[in-house]
Design a protein. Structure first.
Length: 77
């Protein structure tokens, strides 16, 4: 994802939760997943504003992506 798309999201009380819990007071954002990028992929992909991509370990990051969120901190809807 792009860090600018998730600025200010997360716990608002100053704490940093590593367990992915959704306590009251957290702000959330919903980003559509544009797809998965496979390890060893040679075709570059590019994120549009407010998009995310699944990137397994060893796969190249999409162009313009400058942030990574562990899957355990996400919810699928």
């Amino acid at each position: 994802m792009r860090s600018v798309d998730v600025l200010g999201v997360g716990p608002q009380d100053g704490s940093d939760s590593d367990d992915g819990s959704d306590d009251d007071g957290n702000r959330e954002v919903s980003l559509p997943v544009m797809g998965s990028i496979e390890a060893g992929a040679r075709q570059p992909s590019r994120l549009q504003p407010r998009q995310a991509a699944r990137v397994p370990t060893g796969a190249p990051m999409p162009t313009l992506a400058d942030a990574v969120l562990p899957l355990r901190w996400t919810r699928r809807r």
